[in-house]
Design a protein around this ligand. Structure first.
Ligand code: AMP
Ligand code: MG
Length: 313
């Protein structure tokens, strides 16, 4: 992260081009959408996505919505179906996110999906967001561009005040039409309304020609919040300074281990590697011991997720 203030870029072809290039280098770029300003990173770049969590100071890793330029692009990442097509035709571009099963070889960072086998996809309608996504040509992970727990940003000035030098650039196209968050529909395969948002339930049901299921109490605890998370099948033991017999050992920092979140003790690298490491160690079928990870910076979210993985089930 640099210490300079972000570039404020106009929504001109030159500004859009610069913003797209910055995304390509793994930098964070804030951009306007029809809901709020989003904090964007290349969704295929784990280090860039970890930067989103660091910049926002998010205390936990929730999956992020992946923004793409078109339904055609969305199909590179999410398994398409006739129902997905129906909803995309009716509401894209616009404030609807679809949660679809991941396709094989999707190429997304596992931090974007928080290790889940599904991905939330959306095509935003805002002209500057559209132009940026077309110029970039790839998937952009973007939650709201504000520090965690603070009010959502509807101007470039809000982004500067909240995130300042943690962002490389802000694409400034004036105030967002103060919007609700996107509605989130999961296709699992039956359509479920996972979060109420900018498109009314009734409008979605009219397009589907039938009722949208409500998430069962277990799936969601608060709007937009998952309570069911990726969890390894194996037993997980935390703050282990050495593995016990039979355990696979997940290290952090300079130490001998079966896998290492970051041999050089870098928390951004560790965040980017976290879900892949857990999946791979889980595939060994052995219990997992995890070395202590510091709790500063991104370490808070890493420890939060490790604690959930270790929680008795
Ligand atoms: P935000 O980016 O702040 O609008 O919030 C994104 C929300 O989308 C998350 O908190 C989840 O509720 C939901 N979401 C994103 N990805 C998934 C997924 N793969 N499965 C289920 N819900 C998701
Ligand atoms: Mg938010």
């Amino acid at each position: 992260m640099n210490n300079a203030l972000p570039d404020i870029l106009p929504p001109t072809p030159a500004g859009i081009d610069r913003a797209a290039r910055l995304l390509g280098t793994g930098a964070l770029v804030a951009f306007p959408t029809e809901t709020v300003y989003g904090l964007g990173a290349d969704a295929r770049n784990g280090t860039a996505v970890a930067g989103i969590y660091a910049a926002k100071g998010r205390p936990s890793f929730n999956p992020l919505i992946v923004h793409v330029a078109s339904a055609e692009q969305a199909q590179k990442f999410g398994q398409w179906s006739p129902v997905a097509q129906k909803l995309a035709t009716a509401f894209w571009p616009g404030p609807l996110s679809l949660v679809l099963p991941l396709v094989p070889d999707h190429g997304l960072s596992s931090l974007v999906t928080a290790g889940l086998p599904s991905v939330a996809l959306r095509v935003p309608a805002h002209p500057a967001a559209q132009a940026l996504l077309q110029a970039f040509g790839g998937p952009v992970a973007a939650p709201s561009a504000n520090p965690s727990g603070r009010i959502s940003p509807t101007t470039a000035q809000h982004v500067l005040e909240g995130l300042g030098p943690n962002v490389a650039a802000v694409l400034d196209d004036g105030p967002c039409t103060v919007g609700l968050e996107s509605s989130i529909v999961g296709l699992d395969p039956e359509p479920v309304l996972l979060r109420e948002g900018g498109i009314a339930r009734e409008e979605i049901e009219a397009v589907l020609g039938g009722p949208l299921a409500r998430p069962d109490g277990d799936t969601i605890s608060a709007p937009g919040q998952l309570s069911s998370h990726y969890a390894p099948r194996a037993r997980v033991r935390l703050n282990a300074t050495a593995p016990h017999a039979g355990e696979v050992y997940l290290g952090f920092g300079d130490m001998a281990a079966d896998m290492n979140l970051s041999p050089r003790g870098d928390l951004t690298e560790a965040a980017a590697a976290l879900f892949d490491c857990l999946h791979r160690l889980d595939a060994t079928g052995r219990p997992i011991a995890v070395a202590p990870v510091p709790t500063r910076g991104l370490g808070a979210a890493i420890n939060d997720r490790l604690a959930r993985a270790a929680a008795p089930r």
